[in-house]
Design a protein around this ligand. Structure first.
Ligand code: ADP
Ligand code: MG
Length: 637
């Protein structure tokens, strides 16, 4: 899997996310109704339900009301109080067949609403999530009326947005539409995370760890998105506690998972990073215990719950984020690609988060932060890309390993065969050479005494015996090359020129042109006759590969490259397939009717003895190139 394969789906996903997030929360446009009335101001009266129980049913008539508005919403409960009465002056609502009131954001655990003395709405919460929205159905009235909201809460009570009065249906739509992007984002990330976690069961141990960590990170992030939004709490008060628990749980898992996942990306020792990661994870596990205890035991443990899952967690989070960010930046600078991708995702998240904060503090209506969620998506995407790159790198490595293994296996087989042949050759050569020498001696002796007519026959016989002896000696040097110790410094230019002179007649006979370009001052160590034998074998093969062609050409070049002497023999003959190349040097491997299949075996052996390498490149129908590399000897000048 390459990066380009993931690019398209990633871009698509980005586009969908941005579209979803950018889509305005509008309701249906068909209904022709009077425009909404937006109320920006209201009044507050604080109370303490223990000390002033009578104020639970109605606000005080004597105590003053405090002015509040969208710019100064004053929703922090002052010391000594447990809640607030809010007074909203509602204008006439007769213009709408079914009027409604929507407060986009307000704080409070228990909320009770009275309109002109009648109880209109009541909701209580058993969990400590204070944020909410309030949507009410009003009576159509031709005169203005007073709306009193009683809020009991822990820290904050009161409105945090303007009050919209309009058609109930329309307001209800707009409230739901606002939550849809969150829902879609959260659910899609959760879906992806669940699939990742499911698949992890099929992976090997090495791959599983980053996969599970990323799955856990994505799942926790999706829960944060889903449970951070107010609407689920408003619609399902019964599950509020569970939602809140999931939120806290996600807070405690998302960061350690991120920390550990990032550790799998970074390179190097990371001593402090890992130590902090361990402590951080241990702390989060402890926080988890506190969270469970608080959920079981309830309010008495609230102080500890708050201390461990919020107050103390925050500085740790900052250190963690700082560590991840600094490491990813440092490693990006060093050119680690995965770190660059991680750093970009992280940066995207930070920019989105900062943009949210900027909007919150500069826009007077204090809009709900939502860009951070896009940041989370971008971060998750960057992490997924890193994971994909890892898998693809793993795969590549696996392929390389198996190729190397195959090559090694072939080499092993060849060496085994060679060893066997060498041993047999050595023993046979010894056995045959002696009788040959004896026979030659006798032949010479008899020839001295024979008549002139027979003498020529004897000399032919002796010549043939000598030829046989040379072949056998060659065979012996192949079997035991170390026996031939006449090693000298060879001038490649000179050697190749001599080889060309020897091989030229054969080339001419085959209608092939033999060309030589050899640089001077290339010196290597070796035995001159072996050296010639090796190259003559290869050149002969090239000439033979050309057999049918008319414009046959064998080019020999010798030059220096990276401190090595390179000799290249190139022909435009029939070429070889990959399988053929793989078999070169194997004893008795030949495609020729009269071939022995021993030429290259000997060649490989000679080059190896001279500490050189031989490599073939070939294309069927195009030609073949043999590349020999020898270590250069630098001659003092
Ligand atoms: P032989 O020449 O006796 O067949 P070699 O060991 O010299 O044995 O070569 C083995 C085989 O390698 C040849 O039969 C031929 O198929 C192939 N070969 C070697 N060199 C070339 C070349 N330059 N072009 C095409 N095939 C070649
Ligand atoms: Mg040959």
């Amino acid at each position: 899997m390459s990066l380009s394969c993931i690019k398209t789906p990633v871009l698509l996903l980005c586009a969908i996310v941005i579209l979803l997030a950018a889509c305005p929360a509008t309701g249906s446009a068909e209904d022709i109704q009077p425009p909404e009335t937006v109320i920006q101001e209201w009044e507050i009266q604080w109370f303490n339900e223990q000390m002033q129980p009578e104020r639970l049913t109605s606000p005080s008539i004597t105590e003053p009301w405090l002015e509040a508005n969208t710019h100064a919403p004053a929703n922090q409960i002052p010391k000594g109080y447990t809640g607030a009465w809010i007074h909203i002056a509602v204008p006439p609502t007769a213009g709408w067949p079914l009027p409604g009131l929507l407060i986009g954001r307000l704080y409070g655990a228990d909320i009770t609403v009275y309109n002109d003395g009648n109880l209109l709405y009541r909701s209580t919460r058993e969990f400590s999530f204070e944020r909410g929205t309030l949507l009410l159905e009003l009576q159509p009235k031709s005169t203005a009326s007073d709306l009193y909201i009683r809020i009991n809460s822990m820290e904050r009570a009161g409105l945090n947005s303007s009050v919209r009065i309009g058609g109930y249906e329309h307001l209800s739509h707009s409230r739901v539409a606002q939550a849809i992007p969150n829902l879609v984002l959260g659910c899609s990330i959760a879906f992806m995370a669940l699939i990742m976690l499911l698949i992890s069961g099929y992976l090997n141990v090495r791959q599983r760890k980053p996969w599970v960590l990323l799955g856990l990170f994505a799942l926790s992030a999706s829960f944060l998105i889903l449970t951070n939004y107010t609407l689920p709490y408003v619609y399902s008060t019964a599950y509020g506690r569970l939602l809140l628990f999931l939120y806290d749980l996600s807070m405690l898992t998302v960061f350690p998972a991120f920390h550990m996942y990032a550790a799998t990306i970074f390179e190097g020792k990371l001593t402090f990073y890992r130590t902090f990661g361990r402590w951080f994870t241990a702390y989060c596990l402890f926080g988890l215990l506190v969270l469970v205890a608080y959920n079981l035991a309830g309010d008495p443990l609230f102080v500890y719950y708050k201390l461990f899952t919020l107050t103390l967690l925050l500085p740790l989070l900052l250190i963690h984020l700082g560590l991840v960010f600094s490491h990813s930046v440092i490693q990006s600078v060093r050119g680690h690609k995965n770190s660059i991708i991680l750093a970009s995702g992280f940066l995207a998240f930070t920019v989105m988060f900062a943009a949210d904060l900027y909007r919150f503090y500069t826009d007077e209506s204090q809009p709900m932060p939502f860009l951070w969620q896009i940041g989370v998506v971008l971060l998750v995407i960057s992490l997924v890309i890193v994971l994909a790159r890892r898998i693809s790198a793993d795969h590549k490595q696996l392929v390389t390993y198996s190729q190397e293994l195959e090559q090694f296996n072939r080499q092993l087989q060849r060496t085994e065969k060679l060893k066997f042949i060498s041993e047999i050759a050595a023993s046979i050569v010894h056995e045959v050479r002696n009788p040959l020498q004896v026979t030659r001696g006798f032949l010479q002796f008899i020839s001295g005494k024979s008549d002139e007519a027979s003498k020529s026959h004897f000399s032919i016989a002796i010549e043939e015996l000598d030829r046989a002896s040379v072949i056998i000696t060659d065979f012996l040097t192949f079997a035991k090359p170390e026996l031939d110790s006449s090693i000298a410094e060879l001038d490649i230019q000179q050697e190749m020129a001599a080889i060309k002179t020897i091989m030229n007649p054969l080339a001419v006979m085959n209608g092939t042109v033999l060309q030589l370009h050899a640089a001077d001052k290339l010196y290597v160590l070796g035995n001159t006759s072996k050296f010639k034998q090796a190259f003559m074998n290869m050149i002969k093969n090239s000439i033979e590969a050309i057999h049918t062609k008319e414009d046959g050409m064998v080019t020999i070049s010798a030059y220096e490259e990276n401190g090595m002497a390179v000799i290249r023999i190139r022909d435009n003959g029939e070429g070889m397939s990959k399988e053929q190349i793989a078999r070169l040097g194997e004893p008795y491997y030949s495609t020729k009717a009269a071939g022995t299949g021993l030429g290259l075996m000997v060649t490989f052996r000679i080059i190896e003895m001279m500490k050189g390498t031989l490599e073939f490149r070939s294309e069927q129908g195009q030609g073949t190139e043999a590349l020999v590399r020898y270590p250069l000897v630098h001659k003092p000048t």
